[in-house]
Design a protein around this ligand. Structure first.
Ligand code: ZN
Ligand code: ZN
Length: 414
């Protein structure tokens, strides 16, 4: 690895994270939730944030090994406990319009081999604890962004056939490539990428499709779309009108299917890492929106717990389209990390929809969202269904079909 060029790309990634990802403002506070393995990058981001005029940078360190010890040994009832001060901390930060950044460096199967019941309880408590922040995110009160950086174990999972050191270098290089910071003007590069996602969004919003029909081996799914549905991509606006990009990388355009309007079957095409467990070959059957049959070759118990989280978790909250010729898909790498894998593949999400996906949604109560056709749940977990064999049609209100995807890619119009 060339130290100097690595350092330059790391600086680029930090710059893009703060400028494009969070659109960090002068005098704004920044909160970073970070895994310990990400420490060098967290310091880099902190430095650049202060240089950009951040008021305060708070870092909330996390460690999956510590979480694992809790799941293994803590008394049953403490698994679903979380302290009030944690809630108050979130509320205070939200009130100050803090920018929320997650810098994750997760282990692909940190919780594998643990009791799925206890992992499920812990994950649910974690989702509940994060609720004030996820609500503030969904309603556009705060800007937020997630980026991921490598660690040795993760790198070896992605590149098992090279030495640990080579694997780590390779994963860094891949991440620099897919986050588009491997160039001289990364911020300009990002602006033009976001521009093209926004024009795809405008095109789809003009269509007013009634349904989407997704077909691939093992998948034959019809998704009704809410009347007032909106496609989203490239980023979002806070209520104060700041444009930010929540995921780096991002290649998707997405909307929400109608809560009770999903019918058919779907098969996943990549492993899903959820709650430190790999879930593979997911097969789901839907009737009137609800998951009625579940199967998986691996991680089935964990998947069942996820679907069982609450009233909304057996329903879908997102349908996202990503072409097979995106830079991430073209690398032909399974990252074992949803942030990257979801941006290489069309995906669906089990659980809540983003209120942004329906006209006026960010000002709606849960009941109003449900009425508008959107699902609500404490959980939102993406799983990947894209493949080079996937075809997708948009169906107009008069039944006319318009092909959108052929062989996994957008149909090019001339
Ligand atoms: Zn998505
Ligand atoms: Zn999602």
């Amino acid at each position: 690895m060339n130290e100097k060029s690595h350092e330059r790309k790391l600086t680029n990634l930090a710059e893009v994270t703060l400028t494009i990802g969070l659109n960090l403002q002068k005098n704004q506070t920044l909160n970073i939730n970070a895994d310990l393995d990400a420490a060098p990058f967290v310091r880099k981001v902190t430095e650049i944030a202060y240089k950009k005029g951040a008021r305060n940078v708070y870092v909330n360190w996390m460690d999956q090994e510590i979480s694992k010890l809790k799941i293994m040994y803590a008394p049953e009832k403490s698994l679903s406990e979380f302290p009030d001060w944690s809630k108050h901390r979130s509320e205070e930060l939200i009130q100050q319009k803090t920018a929320f950044l997650s810098i994750r460096s997760t282990l692909p199967e940190a919780f594998s081999g643990l009791d799925p019941e206890r992992v499920g309880t812990y994950m649910k408590a974690f989702a509940l604890e994060s609720q004030p922040i996820s609500l503030a995110r969904k309603t556009g009160i705060i800007a937020f962004c997630i980026v991921c950086v490598p660690n040795g174990k993760w790198a070896q999972k992605v590149y098992p056939r090279v030495t640990p050191e080579e694997a780590l270098d390779k994963l860094w290089e891949s991440i620099f490539k897919v986050t588009r910071v491997d160039c001289d003007e990364p911020v300009e590069e990002w602006k033009s990428h976001i521009g093209s996602l926004l024009s795809k969004v405008a095109e789809l919003n003009g269509k007013r499709f009634k349904q989407l029909h997704i077909e691939a081996p093992g998948t034959d799914l019809i998704l009704d779309l809410p009347d007032q549905h909106l496609w989203i991509g490239g980023g979002a606006l806070t209520q104060e009108g700041l444009f930010f990009t929540p995921n780096l990388p991002t290649e998707e355009v997405f909307t929400a299917p109608k809560r009770n309007g999903v019918n058919g079957t779907v098969k996943s095409t990549m492993p899903l890492i959820y709650g430190g467990t790999a879930i593979e070959d997911i097969e789901l059957t839907f009737k009137a929106g609800k998951i009625t049959e579940v199967n998986a070759s691996k991680g089935l118990e964990t998947l069942k717990h996820l679907i069982d989280s609450d009233d909304g978790s057996p329903f879908l909250g997102e349908v996202a389209l990503v072409p097979e010729d995106s830079p991430i898909a073209k690398r032909n790498t399974i990252f074992y990390n949803t942030l990257f894998d979801e941006n290489a593949s069309c995906h669906l999400a089990i659980g809540s929809a983003y209120p942004l996906c329906v006209e006026g949604g960010t000002n709606m109560t849960c009941e109003e969202l449900n009425e508008a056709g959107l699902n609500t749940s404490i959980t939102h977990v993406d799983f990947m269904i894209g493949s080079p064999d996937m075809n997708i049609d948009g169906i107009h209100p008069d039944g006319r079909r318009e092909p959108l995807f052929q062989n996994g890619c957008w149909i090019k119009k001339n």
